[in-house]
Design a binder for this molecule. Structure first.
Ligand code: ATP
Length: 364
């Protein structure tokens, strides 16, 4: 096991920069999730770490060893792919043994390791089957098993759950976290799914357009998104963003756009008290926008319910203004509300974020 460091790692394809000066310090035993939208460079970053791509600039360290130009097989890492990449003509036992046999590990040691991994992953009854005789979830466990038997210093996983159906994905997600805890092997896990990132990672690295946007624990990222991109990427449904102008009015700070007014009251949050008289992109999470009630400050305007979506225990309520601004919130299922309603809305001034409209940086 080992720590892993990316030092300003960059990867270009011709003039196109897929990964831009990625800086990651991953301590021994950490489960780090790299997340971002399609094309943001997360698979490229992982493939550079694996040695499947050459690095354009920067350094890669595993523990103290500089492995920037080391051949993939000598990096002592194991990778699990979305496609599983099992050998179809080999049974499960042979698939699990393949890497070890290649390394010249004695047969009795291979057998012992396979027995142990089959126990951990509950594959004992399937060792004589070929991949095509297994379900997707079972194949995925074999692919994991093949990585585990090698006892590498680092696991790299590229969307390993994306071929599983929704229920199995949630179950396997939890199993994978428990397994990583048990093994304690440093793991880098790539996904485009922010829920997977939030539930699995000790820390999360959020990438957009090849650049690291934020690195932090799930809670840090939720509580203090570095910028507008992170705030809208993390959380479901996404954070509401309103372009507003903030100004003082009768001793109270208000933020307005045509058709909407947010009243921050007489004691506004510090970023607004010190700022004001300028434009902001205000971010309000759906769970911090309240329908009716007395909590928070008023958000008023020409706002009507456009759609109510039942989710079981709660429902999503979508609003729209005449100017076309949309907002979304969650309410308990019992709350009486329907399309066309114009309920009172309130928000929590202390919980909103303010972003610079040009750079997107979090000012709050
Ligand atoms: P996805 O979630 O869709 O797999 P990703 O974040 O993993 O996306 P990458 O596969 O890392 O994205 O690709 C990042 C960017 O680099 C994309 O714009 C892609 O088109 C480009 N790219 C990847 N591989 C190559 C290549 N071999 N040659 C040229 N461009 C490439």
């Amino acid at each position: 096991m080992a720590s892993l460091t990316c030092e300003r790692l960059s990867k270009s394809y011709g003039a196109f920069r897929a990964v831009k000066e990625l800086q990651l310090d991953i301590p021994d035993g950490e489960f780090l999730v790299i997340v971002g939208p399609s094309g943001c460079g997360k698979s490229t970053a992982l493939r550079c770490i694996a040695g499947l791509e050459t690095v354009t600039s920067g350094r890669l360290l595993i523990g103290e060893d500089d492995v920037t130009t080391t051949a993939p097989r000598n990096r002592d890492i194991a990778m699990v792919f979305q496609s599983y990449a099992l050998y179809p003509h080999m049974d499960v036992r042979q698939n699990l043994a393949f890497g070890l046999r290649h390394q010249g590990v004695p047969k009795n040691q291979i057998d012992a390791k396979i027995t142990e991994v089959a126990r951990i992953l509950e594959l004992g009854s399937m060792l004589d089957r070929r991949p095509r005789e297994l379900s997707g979830g079972q194949r995925q466990r074999v692919a994991l098993g093949r990585a585990i038997v090698r006892q590498p210093r680092v696991f790299l996983m590229d969307e390993p759950l994306s071929n599983l159906d929704a229920k199995l994905r949630v179950q396997t997600r939890a199993e994978l976290v428990a397994l990583q805890n048990e093994l304690g092997t440093t793991t880098i896990y790539v996904t485009h799914d922010q829920v997977e990132a939030m539930t699995m990672g000790h820390r999360i690295a959020i990438l957009d357009a090849g650049k690291l946007q934020q690195l932090g624990t799930p809670q840090e990222i939720y509580d203090k998104p570095a910028n507008r991109f992170v705030a809208t990427f993390i959380g479901s449904p996404a954070t509401n963003v309103l372009r507003v102008r903030a100004e003082r009015s009768n001793g109270r700070m208000v933020a307005r756009q045509p058709g909407i007014e947010l009243d921050f009251g007489a004691s506004p949050p510090p970023w607004l008290a010190e700022g004001g008289d300028r434009d902001y992109d205000i971010g309000i999470r759906p769970e911090q926008l309240f329908v009716g009630g007395e909590a928070g400050e008023p958000l008023t305007g020409d706002i009507r319910v456009s759609l109510v979506e039942p989710l079981g225990p709660e429902k999503l309520v979508h609003f729209v203004t005449q100017g076309g601004q949309t907002l979304v919130t969650k309410v308990p299922t019992a709350t009486p509300i329907a399309a066309g309603d114009r309920p009172n809305l309130r928000f929590d001034p202390a919980a909103v974020h303010a972003f610079d409209p040009n750079t997107g940086a979090n000012l709050s």
